[in-house]
Design a protein around this ligand. Structure first.
Ligand code: UD1
Length: 367
């Protein structure tokens, strides 16, 4: 019997759902996996299933790309009949992508319990689509699992009953520890030995959708590249915008890669002198790896990476990036320590909590 229907849709979901599926199976909780198809390229999706040993999805919605409204609406329309036929006791969603909110909303309206893994993170920046997804998903979730302690205060501020919240640690870091020994060495991914290099990832709309911001970022990256080679696996959104704005020449000299698989990215980060990023997850992965991270955003929803980890918030301003880069090169960057419960056992804590919680959930199905 399927008790929990788990949802994954976009690249940052896959490394979170992998250990959750494994822990649910180990705990004897009947689970199925649904892929919304928000990310659909082999490089953005399939390779993660293969590398992380995620079972093939039981359901695939194949929604693909679209505006936020179209993508969210398509997931909702296609998810509802699956939910009706599977009839799970709960729907489990992870992270903050459009698929997360879309499936949570359908489940809540059908009276099916919602479990949110990675709840309570807040950037307090409502211009980020992910922030809207986080706030709304948490409001309609019945059981909320958090990765860091700051999340509970955020949830309580928004009126969430703390009895529904459990601090379990970070499932993405479960995946990292489980796969570190299999990480592909950077030299293999790069096809060359670079004694020292930086890895850059860039895809947030706030950094790559505005031509002036993107031009300034690429220019300062070009400068950095002259003293420390910069490796850039290019997200499809960023590549498309670079072409659209006519910025291809600004990439000259960088070590460009297509979007890389999980094990390649893990190796690239582990062996890097530093990482520059606007990703959420990479701020956490670099903290777990002890590699300095400069975050090219004004804010972060993951403050423990700043207070305990290796992360420094730099923003998109070239002067600030230049200064932070010089500091890392001179001083080696933040050493950091591993935050509480980022110990490889978060998914097992989740599975045990669900096992204790599920039987008490009365069906509250609505028409
Ligand atoms: C989404 C998530 C973001 C996450 C990011 C990681 C939301 C709101 N955003 O943003 O939180 O950090 O994924 O990648 O859910 N595309 C492809 N191939 C794919 C997937 C997308 O070419 O497999 C293209 C799309 O056509 C689109 C662009 O990439 O033009 C952006 O994809 P989309 O899923 O809309 O948002 P992301 O920017 O990837």
């Amino acid at each position: 019997m399927t008790q929990v229907l788990c949802v994954a849709g976009a690249r940052p979901n896959f490394m979170k759902i992998a250990p959750v599926m494994a822990a649910l199976a180990e705990t004897g909780i009947g689970a199925q996996l649904l892929h919304t198809g928000q990310h659909y390229d082999a490089a953005m999706s399939d390779s993660f299933f293969a590398d992380l040993g995620i079972p093939p999805p039981d359901h695939h919605l194949e929604v693909g790309s679209g505006s936020h409204a179209v993508q969210t609406a398509e997931v909702m329309k296609r998810f509802e009949p699956v939910l009706e036929s599977v009839q799970p006791r709960a729907v489990l969603v992870v992270g903050d992508v459009n698929s997360t909110l879309a499936c949570a909303l359908v489940a809540a309206k059908r009276g099916v319990c919602v479990i949110h893994v990675e709840a309570g993170l807040r950037s307090y920046d409502r211009s980020m689509p992910e922030e809207i997804n986080r706030v709304l998903t948490d409001q309609i979730s019945d059981l909320l699992f958090t990765t860091e302690k700051s999340a509970l205060a955020n949830l309580v501020r928004e009126g969430v009953d703390p009895a529904r919240v459990e601090f379990v640690g970070n499932v993405m870091i479960d995946t990292l520890y489980r796969n570190l020994a299999r990480a592909v060495p950077a030299a293999q991914t790069l096809g060359a030995v670079l004694p020292q290099y930086a890895v850059l990832t860039l895809h947030r709309p706030s950094n790559v959708d505005d031509p002036d911001t993107l031009a300034a970022l690429l220019d300062v990256v070009g400068e950095i590249n002259r003293s420390l080679p910069v490796v850039l696996p290019l997200h499809p959104r960023t590549r498309a915008n670079i072409e659209k704005f006519g910025f291809t020449a600004r990439l000259a000299g960088l070590h460009l890669l297509p979007p890389v698989g999980y094990l390649e990215m893990l190796g690239l980060m582990r062996d890097a002198r530093l990482v520059l990023t606007d990703s959420g997850g990479i701020q956490e992965e670099t903290t777990a790896l002890g590699v300095p991270c400069l975050t090219l955003r004004e804010n972060t929803e993951r403050p423990v990476t700043l207070t305990e980890g290796t992360n420094t918030l730099v923003g998109p301003d070239p002067a600030a990036i230049r200064a932070a880069f010089a500091e890392v090169m001179a001083g080696g960057g933040k050493a950091g320590r591993i935050p509480e419960f980022w110990d490889g056992r978060a998914a097992m804590r989740i599975a045990h909590a669900i096992k204790g919680w599920l039987p008490a959930q009365k069906g509250r199905r609505v028409a």
